[in-house]
Design a protein around this ligand. Sequence first.
Ligand SMILES: Nc1nc2c(ncn2[C@@H]2O[C@H](COP(=O)(O)OP(=O)(O)OP(=O)(O)O)[C@@H](O)[C@H]2O)c(=O)[nH]1
Ligand SMILES: [Mg+2]
Length: 345
Amino acid sequence: MKFLDEAKVYIRSGDGGNGCVAFRREKFIEFGGPNGGNGGRGGDVVVACVDGLNTLIDYRYQQHFKAQRGANGMGKDRSGANGSDVVLKVPVGTQVFEDDRETLIADLTRVGQRVVLARGGNGGFGNAHFKSSTNRAPRHANPGQPGEERWIRLRLKLIADAGLVGLPNAGKSTFLAAVSAARPKIADYPFTTLHPGLGVVGIDGREFVLADLPGLIEGAHEGLGLGDRFLGHVERCKILLHLVDGTGAHAGESYRVVRRELEAYGVILADKPEIVALSKSDALTPEVRRKQVARLRRAAGRPPFVVSAATGDGVPAVLRELLAAIDAQASDRTEPAEPAGAWQP
Ligand SMILES: Nc1nc2c(ncn2[C@@H]2O[C@H](COP(=O)(O)OP(=O)(O)OP(=O)(O)O)[C@@H](O)[C@H]2O)c(=O)[nH]1
Ligand SMILES: [Mg+2]
């Protein structure tokens, strides 16, 4: 298991240090006065978006994160040290939810973004803080405030510009391997791909990121096959590339099965722009090819692209179309709103 896109994590920020009650005691100095220092602040729990990660696998091995508590204040006006923060490093595209899996706390879409998930408790004041003209020898100090603790859920949604969907064995991984440097596992049995993979595609001097997903089957939204849980990864794609196996029994029917699953997942995918392509054209006789194209055109309502990842036939046309669709979306979408900021208690 090298890929993990969901994790449940316990976090606890540091308690504040206690204030101190102390008095100055020195030979020949009477009434030295209060000199108890303040406690230090507890450390925060922070989630930070970093480069170079693409899974939440680290959170399989460590699920509890506690920030350091602030040190207590001491006599001679010594303040306690602040506790150090603990930083949860996560890949780009991670969302942080409450334990209910629904309330979004933070959405990390840019490298360098940091959100405080739990603030450390403030340190308590020492008795030196409470001295005044009327109370010159206060004998009390504040305790530190406790930190916060809770369970959160991390969910990774890979950020790709385009996503590959289709039935198992449609040739999705082969397509990704043909157009990028990614080397996904490819084999002639269903569910070769068990988790999403990304590749960078170069075309006409431009680049975009293409995601390969495990295949969908009829009933995926009810959990059949690998289910539709990986579809979350294409939620953020600008466009879907729907591959339909040309060597399959009926291209139109295959297309509809996958569309039904996308629709069952929700409007967010059902309404996404889609490019339809018939794959494995090299393995088709002209007769079969004509038939499959006609079926697919009827099902999709427009003529499909015809590609062969094996020979590279028709591939550049699809890539150009993808790029054009990505550009079109980038231009008609205004700057995205600032993602949800720090969680406010
Ligand atoms: N002739 C021919 N065979 C292909 C082509 N593309 C894929 N195949 C074959 O189809 C089979 C399935 O390919 P994959 O790329 O693993 O299919 P997939 O859609 O990723 O399948 P899952 O990961 O199981 O969902 C493999 O045996 C490939 O060699 C193609 O363009 N031409
Ligand atoms: Mg695959």
